[in-house]
Write a new protein. Structure first.
Length: 208
């Protein structure tokens, strides 16, 4: 914070909590076999079962997209020698779940449909519309900036004038990592938690 002939510049920070309502997760199939053809055919069959399970849980095709497809050999390196173990074929899908209440059941369905070759990675929670929370954070940042400026003006024996410059810097929203734990005869529980949205305002006020 600083004071100069043109007024007082302060920085106000405000935040607001909001509950995530979207889950993005990579669900895929990874198979190693002696030949590329064998690994590819197995991966293809498992991927078809996976997609069928996901759509069976109510997901639309717009929320299922191929994220990665790879084929590569795998080797065992021992005693200075390289031995071919087989060929790995991987097919990863990026899946968007719009109803977190169903997230556990959807993950369980994917696991059941694919079995051991299934992979689940990059689980992220987010908010589809953060406008309301960001507005609250902005209001809190403004109140913080105004309080700081009024205090400085009093200390300086001056009267605070109107704001003459406002620069907003929106902090990154960091969604919480969901917690998943094993359950028997129930869907895998997903804890959404809350995430915080932060706004920073740099405001210059005039002095009367």
């Amino acid at each position: 914070m600083s004071r100069d002939d043109s007024g007082i510049t302060v920085v106000g920070i405000g935040s607001a909590d909001t509950a995530p309502n979207l889950m993005s997760v990579d669900i895929g199939v990874s198979v190693r076999s002696d030949t590329v053809d064998s690994a590819s055919s197995q991966t293809r069959a498992h991927a078809s079962s996976l997609i069928e399970a996901l759509t069976g849980e109510g997901l639309g095709h717009k929320d299922i997209a191929t994220r990665n497809f790879s084929v590569h050999p795998e080797y065992d390196h021992r005693d200075g020698q390289q031995r071919l173990l087989g060929y790995r074929v991987t097919n990863d899908l990026s899946v968007t779940i719009r109803d977190l209440a169903e997230a556990g059941s959807i993950l369980d369905a994917a696991i059941s449909a694919v079995g051991d070759p299934v992979t689940i990675n990059r689980v992220q929670l987010s908010v589809d519309d953060e406008t309301a929370a960001r507005d609250l954070a902005r209001e809190a940042a403004w109140a913080d900036a105004l309080a700081r400026a009024e205090h400085l003006a009093r200390l300086a024996g001056a009267t605070l004038g109107p704001a003459v410059s406002i620069v907003e810097s929106a902090g990154q929203m960091l969604p919480p990592r969901p917690m998943m734990r094993a359950a028997l005869a129930e869907a895998t529980p997903i804890e959404a938690g809350t995430t915080s949205i932060t706004v920073t305002l740099e405001v210059r006020f005039g002095l009367d």
